[in-house]
Every structure is written in structure tokens, then in C-alpha cells.
Ligand binder design. Structure first.
Ligand code: WTA
Length: 703
């Protein structure tokens, strides 16, 4: 296996040919007001000043007890930042702004139905709501410092209120993306051993009031199977006093939050002073095995890092109106809708629904009406808005000074539409590359100081020193034209601390491969391996090529192939399943499933539908496959491993490559004719793929 893997990466060493894009200089109007306009900052964060440079980020916070040690490396790679310091995140995001900004909106919430009233939550309101819910959690639910509470909440202000209430108590929250299924939520409840689930009755999505509470019942049943009994389900109501779900409330277990809160009106809860390295929250992310990883994020390091990067990279000033369209159920929302912006005391806009509802002019209407001047979204949304409403931005009178993109590589063409049409040529763009594990940005451009280059995220951000390694641990020099594994050579305060309950897996997945010496206590021996393939140009800018493992990135969301496959196999008729990515011009990648049937069953569209449904209920709608192909058998190696790269190439009309190592090469042509024939009939022939896309398919899941 090792040799085959090596061959695959050596392959990636062949120069990837793409046009080197030209630079765009930051607009003068932007530079004039930027938080970081003095090039001295680059010097202050240069490697010789590491790790002390991060004091500048820590000093954006209010500490109850100031820290003594910047970085403790005594137990690699479990780094500790700002050791000895104590602080409270809810105090930092809410209380400390009251003196200057009591009546300013902390959150502006825009419901999806356009006729429903937009809600401004001032810092004073937020303070009241966070305190009351914290009192309820403490006194009614009995949660204590270090307990875990799972949320399964949509894009409503109750989500940040719940997060900040937990933070106030030193309780660890674990938000599961609202679009995920009850089953996915149940698995995460069990893994984190939460006794409390906070959910909502329903929410609006694409014009429909979705029944969400129903998922809670399923989640609890799944958690129970895995040995965890949830004591209480707290149900926020989308419209207080009205219940939007068909699911019955279970007596003694399910409670309406708006009713319980009557007992806590005006109650204040002293923020618990937490050690800097206490966990703040868990965020689950897909890995290559069936089990999602609970990334554990810290209190002091995390908050310092998201505050610092929000200030310098998002260029957030307190008087800005900032809108990030991501879902708070993903790391982007945690770091750059809630914690970073609120730590800086700005106004953060939260939109409930689908960006193109009821039409693709909606985001620009919202921006115009609220005076949004910083806009943040993902390539998948940009592509969708460009496809459905290319001329819409010009119709609205908003002015962005700054725009962000995150989650997957953005094609230069799409970047240019974002710049010219959405930004009207006057906004600085930052393309931010990072991961759930990282807490905040790793690669980007400092908006006033570093030129933009479409398709490249930029160099390592302040205090982050990346390097690209080949399979043998040699550094590929910038400008070599070779792709490899992108690593960060140093620790940084925003990084996750471990995988919840699996410290071994933490080391194995991210540090083992390039660790120079396991006994060493020097951080220089422990580069962090991101798991992305990348190339670095001569100017140090990184071009991220995508995951090197077999995770499929759909619309910026990572889906593990193993999770998709295990879900498919829950269908009675299915013997084997393999998930592959297919190029999708809107979502980046979509999922296609290949399944083979147990003896005695024959192919039918019912079975295909069952597989889709199973994936939808185990993981969520986001993972719904574009196609389910029932095949007589999978292409396999002699040792019985499914060759995903072969079917990935078929799905994408790419060159199938060498099949001589297969145990059953004859099957490939049958599958190809069947799948590609159907695809031609359905009008699903893809555009011509780029060299990188072809490479991705040829290497997908290769053993
Ligand atoms: C990909 C999202 C290219 C990458 C914050 C990474 C990107 C994975 C970019 C993490 C970008 C994220 N350019 N690729 N600007 N941002 N990615 O954990 O493959 O949901 O490893 O975190 O998305 O996705 P995650």
C-alpha cells in the first residue's frame, strides 16, 4: 500500500499546468481605513518573533487574570497557549461592550420570509438573553463546568444566545449543523456524552417551515442505542407560543424554552472565570473513517485568534455592519459570525434561509437595507448567485469595502465576477483557506498590504509559517511547480487541542507523518499536516488543490466517504457501496454512489431511491447523491479493496488509467458503458476537466 500511495503522490509531482494569474491591488479607499495598513505588522509577526507575536492578539481580550506563559510545549503536540491566564468568553463578547455600545445592534437577524420583521438584538438585549438562558441551563438543567451540551439549531439568534450562555458557565457546547439528520445528531450526542439537547421546533428554508423537532426524537433514540440517555430536550420556538412541529412533546423530557424562561426573567449569572486552555466547544468534522472527529477548541487561544484574524483579515471595526452567510453550524459561523465579530463589538448579521430565496437579488437587498459593508461567503454560493442572477448586484445600492471567500478553491472566473459584479470593483477580497481543526484562517492576504491573486488564497497569515512537503518529508521550494502536502510548521493559538476522546487519533492524523522526533519538545519537530494538496508559487502564495484523502467537499462541507458508504449499506438490498466525487459547477463536488446488490435482488429505481434516502437520513440533505449507480460488482484490487479512482474517473468521463492491478478488469468497461450512457441520456456530460480535476479523480481514494 505504501508504494502505491507513494506512486500516487509522485504523480502529483509532475508540474500542474495552470496560468499564473495577475495581481489585483487593494483599493485605495480600503487601504485608507484598514486596521492593518502599516507593513510593520508583517515584521512583528515574522518567525523570529514567534510565539510572542501572538500577545498582540491576546491583548484584544479582557483577561480576569493575565497569563504568564505564551506557549507551553511540554507535551507535544498538545500545545497550550496563554497558560496561567483566566477569562470568560461571554464576558468578552457581550458584557465588556455594554459601557460603550449598550444600544448598538450586536446581531441583526433576517428571517427568510421577506415579510417577517428583521430583528435587531442590541448588546443590552443580548446580555439579558444570554444571562437568562445561562440561568436556565444552570438551575433547571443542572449543568456544570466542563459538561457538554449538544445543540441542533438552525440560523436563529437563539443559537448564539445558547453558545454564549454555555460559555458563560464554562460548559462545552457542541452545535450540530441544523441541516444534518437526527441520526447524525444522535451520534454526536453520544460521542460527546451530552445529557442535554437544545433544539428548535421549526425554521424556514426555501419558503417552507421545516419540522425540526422531529429530528430530536430520532437523535435521542440513536444516542440511547449508543449508551447515552439524554435527560432534557430544550425546544426553542420559532414563533413563541406557537408550536411548528408534528412531533409530540414528551412529558418530563421536552420543554419549551420560552415557557421556562418566565422563571428567569432578569436573572444575572456571574461569568465563570475559565483557564485559557479550558475547552470552549466541540465541532464535529468528517474524517476518512466512519466516525466524525470532535474537534475540541480552547477558550483563550481560540478567542484571541478569531478576534485577531477578524480584526486584521476581516477588517472588522466596531462601526461596521458585517455579514457572513455561512451557517453557524459550521466552524466558519462559530469563528466569523459569532465569536470573532462579537469579541470586537461589531454588528453581525444572521440570515435564516437560502440566499436565492425568493430570488437571487435577496442578498443584495439585505445588504442595501442594512448597510452591510463587509460580506463573507463561499464559492458555492457565489457560483449559484452568478448563475441565477448575474446582473442582480448592479440593481442594488450597497457598497462593500471588503469581501471574503472560504471553504473550497474558487475558480479565477468566479473570483472575477465576485470582484467586479458583487464588489463593484471597489472591495478588497480575502480568500481564506483553513479547516474546522484550525479555529481560524491559515492562508490569506492581509487586505490592505498584500495584493490579491484569483485562485490562490495567499501566503500564510500572520504568525503562520506554511511549508509544502513531499512524501519523504522534503520541503518543496516555493515556485518549484510541484504539488505536495501542505503543512504548518508552527503551533498557533486558534488550533484545536485534540479530538474529543481520541488523543491518539489526533497525533496520528495530523502529526505522525512529518514528525521529526517523537521525543522532541521543540515545536519545530512537529509540523501540522492539514491533509490538503497544495502548490506554492514563487511569491509564497498557496494554491490549494483539495483534500489528499478521500473526503468529498460538497459546497464547502466535508463528507467522509466511509460515512456515505456505511449509510448506503443500511439498505437491506445493498451488499457494497462506494462513494466518489463528481465535478459540479455549482457545488464544487457532488456525491455519486456506486452500489452492488446482495444475491437474490435485482436492480430497480426503488433501490436507488432507498440509498438516497438512507444517506439523507444518516447524514443530511447536503449529502444526497446526484446519482446512485447499481453495478454488478465493484472494480477491486486483488486484496479486495474497491478502486474508487476507477469509478470516480468513470463518473467524471476522465481517463480511467491503469486497470491491470484489478482482480476483475473486465467489469470496468461494463460499468463505464452503463454509467456514461445514462449520463449522456440525462444530459450530464461534464465540461472539459482541468488538469487538477483530472488528477484528483485519478488519485481519489487510491490505496
Ligand atoms: C477546503 C472550512 C481552497 C480545504 C473553513 C480544507 C479551501 C477544507 C478553502 C476544510 C479555500 C477551505 N481554498 N480550499 N479558501 N477553505 N478549503 O473543515 O480542502 O469545513 O481542508 O473548514 O475545505 O473544510 P472545513
Amino acid at each position: 500500500m505504501k508504494d502505491a500511495k507513494k506512486a500516487q503522490v509522485d504523480d502529483a509531482h509532475i508540474a500542474v499546468h495552470w496560468k499564473e494569474e495577475g495581481y489585483y491591488q487593494p483599493p485605495a479607499r480600503f487601504i485608507g481605513q484598514a486596521n492593518a495598513a502599516d507593513p510593520d505588522i508583517l515584521e512583528r509577526f515574522s518567525e523570529e518573533h514567534f510565539p510572542d507575536c501572538f500577545k498582540e492578539y491576546a491583548d484584544l481580550l479582557t483577561w480576569d487574570t493575565y497569563w504568564q506563559t505564551t506557549l507551553d510545549t511540554s507535551n507535544p503536540p498538545f500545545w497550550k497557549w496563554f497558560v496561567g491566564g483566566r477569562l470568560n468568553v461571554s464576558y468578552n463578547c457581550v458584557d465588556r461592550h455594554l459601557a460603550t455600545s449598550r444600544n448598538k445592534a450586536a446581531i441583526i437577524w433576517v428571517p427568510e420570509p421577506e415579510e417577517e420583521r428583521t430583528e435587531a438584538v442590541t448588546y443590552q438585549d443580548l446580555y439579558g438573553r444570554v444571562n437568562e438562558f445561562a440561568a436556565l441551563l444552570r438551575d433547571f438543567c443542572g449543568v456544570k463546568v466542563g459538561d457538554r451540551v449538544t445543540f441542533h439549531l438552525p440560523m436563529v439568534p437563539e443559537l448564539p444566545v445558547s453558545m454564549l450562555a454555555c460559555a458563560r458557565l464554562g460548559v462545552i457546547h457542541s452545535e450540530v449543523f441544523g441541516g444534518f439528520s437526527g441520526m447524525a445528531c444522535g451520534g454526536r450526542i453520544a460521542d460527546s456524552q451530552s445529557r442535554i439537547l437544545v433544539t428548535m421546533d421549526g425554521y424556514y428554508r426555501n419558503g417552507e417551515l421545516v419540522d425540526h423537532k422531529a429530528k430530536a426524537d430520532e437523535a435521542l433514540a440513536v444516542a440511547r442505542e449508543q449508551g447515552i440517555e439524554v435527560d432534557k430536550v430544550l425546544v426553542w420556538r420559532r414563533h413563541a407560543g406557537q408550536y411548528a412541529s408534528e412531533s409530540p412533546m414528551v412529558d418530563g423530557r421536552d420543554f419549551f424554552v420560552d415557557e421556562l424562561l418566565n422563571d428567569y426573567r432578569g436573572t444575572l449569572v456571574e461569568p465563570v472565570s475559565m483557564p485559557a486552555e479550558a475547552p470552549l466547544f466541540l465541532m464535529y468534522t468528517s474524517g476518512t473513517t466512519a466516525l466524525p472527529k470532535g474537534c475540541q477548541h480552547s477558550t483563550g487561544g481560540y478567542l484571541a485568534y478569531v478576534a485577531g484574524t477578524s480584526k486584521y483579515y476581516q477588517d472588522i471595526h466596531p462601526e461596521d455592519t458585517y455579514w457572513c452567510l455561512a451557517d453557524i453550524g459550521w466552524i466558519t459561523g462559530h469563528s466569523y459570525i459569532v465569536y470573532g465579530p462579537l469579541a470586537l463589538g461589531t454588528t453581525s448579521v444572521i440570515y435564516e434561509g437560502v440566499p436565492t430565496y425568493p430570488d437571487p437579488g435577496r442578498p443584495w437587498r439585505i445588504a442595501e437595507r442594512l448597510g452591510v459593508n463587509i460580506f463573507h461567503t463561499a464559492p458555492t454560493t457565489i457560483r449559484m448567485l452568478r448563475k441565477l442572477g448575474p446582473d442582480e448586484p448592479a440593481k442594488y445600492n450597497y457598497r462593500f469595502k471588503h469581501m471574503t471567500t472560504v471553504g473550497e478553491p474558487i475558480e479565477p472566473e468566479v473570483w472575477r465576477w465576485y470582484y467586479d459584479s458583487v464588489g463593484k470593483g471597489e472591495a478588497a477580497i480575502v480568500d481564506t483557506w483553513w479547516q474546522t481543526e484550525n479555529g481560524g484562517f491559515l492562508g490569506s492576504t492581509l487586505p490592505a498590504l498584500q495584493a490579491m491573486k484569483p485562485g490562490s488564497c495567499g501566503p500564510g497569515v500572520l504568525g503562520i509559517y506554511p511549508a509544502i512537503y513531499d512524501e519523504d518529508g522534503n520541503v518543496l521550494e516555493p515556485g518549484s511547480g510541484r504539488a505536495g502536502n501542505v503543512c504548518i510548521r508552527n503551533p498557533w493559538p486558534g488550533s484545536f487541542q485534540t479530538i474529543w476522546g481520541s488523543p491518539e487519533r489526533f497525533i496520528q492524523t495530523y502529526y505522525e507523518k512529518y514528525c521529526a522526533n517523537k521525543e522532541s519538545k521543540d515545536w519545530r519537530d512537529w509540523p501540522y499536516m492539514a491533509g490538503d494538496g497544495a502548490m506554492q508559487a514563487a511569491d509564497g502564495y498557496l494554491r490549494i488543490l483539495g483534500r489528499i484523502d478521500d473526503v468529498i467537499n460538497v459546497a464547502g462541507h466535508r463528507l467522509g466517504t466511509k460515512e456515505l458508504e456505511s449509510a448506503s449499506i443500511t439498505v437491506e438490498e445493498i451488499a457494497e457501496a462506494a462513494a466518489v466525487p463528481v465535478i459540479d459547477d455549482i457545488r464544487g463536488r457532488a456525491v455519486e454512489m456506486y452500489v452492488s446488490l446482495k444475491p437474490g435482488f435485482s436492480a430497480s429505481s426503488e433501490i436507488e431511491k432507498k440509498v438516497s434516502k438512507a444517506i439523507e437520513s444518516h447524514i443530511g440533505k447536503i449529502a444526497r447523491p446526484k446519482n446512485v449507480w447499481i453495478v454488478p460488482d465493484m472494480p477491486k484490487t486483488r486484496s479486495g479493496k474497491i478502486m474508487r479512482r476507477v469509478i470516480a474517473s468513470i463518473s467524471n468521463f476522465a481517463d480511467i488509467g491503469d486497470t491491470t492491478t484489478l482482480a476483475n478488469p473486465e467489469i470496468v468497461e461494463d460499468i463505464r458503458q452503463h454509467v456514461q450512457g445514462e449520463k449522456v441520456d440525462r444530459g450530464e456530460t461534464p465540461r472539459e476537466l482541468t488538469a487538477e480535476e483530472l488528477k484528483e479523480m485519478a488519485a481519489f481514494g487510491a490505496e
